[in-house]
Design a protein around this ligand. Structure first.
Ligand code: GDP
Length: 457
């Protein structure tokens, strides 16, 4: 069935050249897309900060904000009004589908930023984990209030764990929002103290100094988020970037536009007539009207009848874009969230086992050979078993500490082998970043994160 996809080599070359030219032109004139995840200790002010930022960037109407203000006053928690911006799931409700990664976008001077995983304030922490696996960059929110920064660093403190997690998942650039500085009268000494403590730690986890920016701010008052600092106390010692400028300054990773198409379906709904629509992020390659894509693991070849990307390109979606594809003549029952679309001539490998490098979180029960886990990546959740503990690794250097350990305790790193109950679409992290990083969960909590280092049978 894949034969009609094949074009003459010359035509393919022409098409490639044209499409890549279009891509370069678009990127030169338009804004680049950046996927951002926000991490930090509970109550550090993540929701307030991002809600306020979205509001200041004009993404939330005055009327809606007024409503949140009234409602939050009514329950005596006015400070929650910004956090509620992230609670707004109207779109999901009206479409009647659960969008695994709810998206909020805002623009800076040179970027269109997608805020990953902000569906609902209360779910923010657990969901952050999913977002981390598709993030290009991260904001680490620190509560600078006396004692609070330190709490985020103690055992069980999420600042430390989140920083290790995002680094293990391949995120190398971060903005540290030194938040709630209003509570300490914008004290410069406190800012410096928090900054030097973190710098030390972030280095040991593998973040380069040059890839980390520290921004003093307040999500509640809005100070130094979008407009240059206005508070006298802050201005007296700070004249650097605002939060949005720091985000704008982050580098967009290489997208892989000329690589084979890979896309994980994160949303499925009915289109017009007998058409079906699927949504997701195009991880690599590009897709145009008339293309044929292979659906995996099912193996059907589908016709692309419409391409809608959030970068305003009329008919071509490029790697990194969030897209909606209209697929013609397809039985709705064959499409599921977590399925993959790819280039039929260069399909994604389907494997029953893989080897992976993982970091183990703060778990109560050590992991041993035979431990059952949920293997979670992109929009996929599948049962898996730890088949082998190959070696224990040094957490920061990655060197082998011990071969064939009996068990993996909390906060350790290791090389393991995983076995699935059915073949999964997987790639090496080295080759396709997004398809090669994952999380392991049991009973709803995340116990480890990792990268695929070897595909087995
Ligand atoms: P999250 O759990 O990290 O999402 O934190 P929230 O955004 O829910 O904020 C936790 C609490 O801190 C709420 O009561 C907020 O009103 C408060 N808060 C958040 N940001 C600031 C800030 O910049 N200054 C002050 N004073 N309070 C803040």
């Amino acid at each position: 069935e894949t034969s009609s996809y094949t074009r003459t080599p010359a035509k393919i070359r022409d098409k490639e050249v044209n499409v890549l030219a279009e891509y370069n032109e678009q990127r030169a004139s338009g804004k680049e897309l950046l996927n951002l995840v926000v991490v930090g200790h509970v109550d550090a002010g993540k929701s307030t900060l991002m809600g306020h930022l979205l509001y200041l960037k004009g993404n939330v109407g005055q009327r809606v904000m007024h409503k949140y203000e009234q409602e939050s006053k009514k329950i005596g928690k006015q400070s929650f009004m910004y956090a509620w911006v992230l609670d707004d799931t109207d779109e999901e409700r009206s479409r009647g589908v659960t969008v695994d990664v709810a998206q909020r976008m805002f623009e800076s001077d040179t970027k269109i930023v997608t805020l990953l995983d902000a569906p609902g304030h209360r779910d923010f922490i657990p969901n952050m984990i999913t977002g981390a696996a598709r993030a290009d960059v991260a904001i680490v929110v620190i509560d600078a209030t006396t004692g609070a920064f330190e709490a985020g660093f103690e055992s069980g403190g999420q600042t430390r764990e989140h920083a290790i997690l995002i680094r293990s998942l391949g995120v190398s650039q971060i903005v540290v929002a030194v938040n709630k500085l209003d509570t300490v009268e914008w004290n410069q000494d406190r800012f410096v103290e928090v900054k030097s403590g973190l710098r030390q730690f972030l280095k040991t986890v593998g973040f380069k100094d040059a890839d980390v920016v520290y921004i003093p701010c307040s999500g509640l008052t809005g100070e130094n988020l979008v407009k240059p600092c206005s508070d006298e106390k802050l201005c007296s010692w700070y004249s650097g970037s605002t939060l949005i400028q720091a985000i704008d300054g982050l580098k967009v990773p290489e997208r892989g536009v000329s690589r084979p198409v890979r896309m994980c379906i994160s949303d499925v709904y009915k289109g017009q007539g007998s058409n079906m629509c699927v949504g997701g992020r195009l991880d690599t390659g590009y897709v145009q009207n008339g293309d044929r894509l292979l659906l995996l693991p099912q193996g059907n070849v589908l016709n692309v009848k419409g391409v809608q990307a959030d970068n305003a390109a009329p008919s071509t979606a490029f790697a990194g874009d969030h897209v909606t594809l209209t697929l013609g003549g397809v039985d709705p029952s064959v499409l599921h969230i977590g399925d993959f679309l790819c280039d039929p001539t260069k399909p994604i490998p389907l494997v029953n086992r893989c080897q992976a490098r993982i970091v183990v979180f703060n778990i109560a029960v050590p992991l041993i050979r035979g431990t059952q886990v949920d293997f979670h990546y992109l929009s996929v959740t599948e049962p898996a078993k730890i088949r082998k503990l190959v070696s224990q690794l040094h957490k920061t250097t990655g060197q082998i500490v011990k071969n064939k350990p009996r068990a993996l305790v909390k906060n350790s790193a290791a090389l393991i082998e995983l076995e699935f109950t059915r073949p999964l679409c997987l790639e090496l992290f080295r080759d396709f970043k997004e398809l090669g990083r994952f999380m392991l969960r049991t009973g709803g909590s995340t116990i480890a994160a990792g990268l695929v280092t070897q595909l087995l049978d």
